[in-house]
Design a protein around this ligand. Structure first.
Ligand code: GDP
Length: 359
């Protein structure tokens, strides 16, 4: 499954956040046979639709989609030159599908900042610079080979052109993700360039910032169009220790929030990875399944079982809203809200589906 790698400078709250991400029992509860890696935190994607579906179908339980975060230790200035855990850091980050940078906004005289000041924009710049330098090294190492290939085979020319264009962008201090369609990065896939990965930013803040909309807008603007999540990592860890809803609400209210930051983090992580869900329901469970945006019905069926994809005949599809309004599948069918979709159907978020297939 796809993962987001958590990075950030020392003392920004990465471990605190990561502990909150690992200290929940969603995996154990829903995927008893999954192996849980020590450096992977898995959080459920909050989805109120599942509870509604479970009511319609009298399902015994709900199974949410999940988002996985990997703890990537060791980013310091100079990581691309091998400083700190530099090389290990870069190898780990290469394996992640998106990058989640934690940025310190909280002010606490007892917690030193590596550069002796709270400056979110400088922290973002530091991390970007290390990743850009690492990509430049990768390209510099690959260019002689790509040049040679382009001389002997003319089909290899576009790859060389893409590498040269990528180098220009990085030399100008921009990430390849920010450069968007300026370079065809699919041609450079083998190089696993770090700055092609989508970014998500977590601002680790205290109550005064969390409740200051103008300040939040300012910080979000620093990273736009990437997603920005605001939370207090320390409070997130404390929330998980509470077992009654009233105390959870009270603690959230004390920092001016209506839901845990992990919820918005899960949603933003899902969005950054380009994922969406579709839903299935029956007496056993109401469940959200993870697919990529743009996937067709047979591909979506394959997430449940590979046989479902191979033997796909058609999908019976109703939108969640129509189903809920009708009150039952039978009523939705009677109202003409249930569609039969074929193998070219592109799934929409919130489709409630039953697949027909040959075994
Ligand atoms: P890391 O080096 O990025 O993993 O940072 P840690 O998670 O170890 O946090 C460094 C210190 O900052 C610890 O003493 C935390 O308790 C503290 N800390 C983390 N998050 C917050 C926060 O949101 N507010 C405050 N005041 N302190 C925090």
């Amino acid at each position: 499954s796809l993962t987001l790698g958590i990075v950030g400078l020392p003392n920004v709250g990465k471990s605190t956040l990561f502990n909150a991400l690992t200290n929940n029992d969603v995996l154990a509860a829903n995927y008893p046979f999954a192996t849980i890696e020590p450096n992977v935190g898995v959080v459920p994607l909050p989805d109120p639709r599942l509870d509604d579906l479970a009511k319609v179908y009298s399902s015994q339980r709900t199974v949410p989609a999940v988002v996985s975060f990997v703890d990537i230790a060791g980013l310091v200035k100079g990581a691309s030159q091998g400083a700190g855990l530099g090389n290990k850091f870069l190898a780990n980050i290469r394996e992640a599908d998106a990058i989640c940078q934690v940025i310190r906004v909280f002010d606490d005289p007892d917690v030193t900042h590596v550069d002796d000041r709270i400056d979110p924009s400088a922290d973002i710049e530091t991390v970007n610079t290390e990743l850009i330098l690492a990509d430049l090294q990768t390209l510099d190492r690959a260019l002689p080979r790509l040049e040679k290939e382009a001389r002997t085979r003319k089909e290899a020319r576009p790859t060389l052109d893409a590498a040269v264009a990528a180098k220009d962008i990085l030399d100008g201090g921009r990430t390849l993700f920010a450069a968007g369609s300026e370079v065809d990065i699919t041609l450079l896939r083998d190089l696993t360039l770090l700055t092609t990965k989508p970014f998500l930013y977590v601002f680790n803040a205290d109550e005064p910032v969390l409740t200051d909309q103008a300040r939040r807008d300012e910080l979000a603007a620093l990273v736009a169009p990437a997603d920005a999540v605001f939370l207090d990592a320390k409070v997130e860890a404390e929330l998980l220790e509470l077992d009654d809803e009233a105390s959870v609400r009270e603690l959230l209210e004390s920092i001016g929030q209506t839901e845990p930051g992990l919820h918005s983090l899960a949603r933003a992580g899902f969005h950054t990875l380009g994922l969406q869900t579709y839903l299935t329901a029956g007496p056993k469970e109401a469940r959200a399944w993870t697919i990529h945006k743009g996937w067709t019905a047979p591909q979506a069926a394959g997430v449940i079982h590979t046989d479902f994809e191979r033997g796909f005949i058609k999908a019976e599809v109703v939108s969640f809203d129509d189903l809920l309004e009708a009150g039952s599948m039978t009523a939705a069918k009677a109202a003409g809200k249930v569609r039969m979709e074929g193998k070219d159907y592109v799934m929409a978020d919130g489709d409630v589906v039953e697949f027909r297939f040959n075994v």
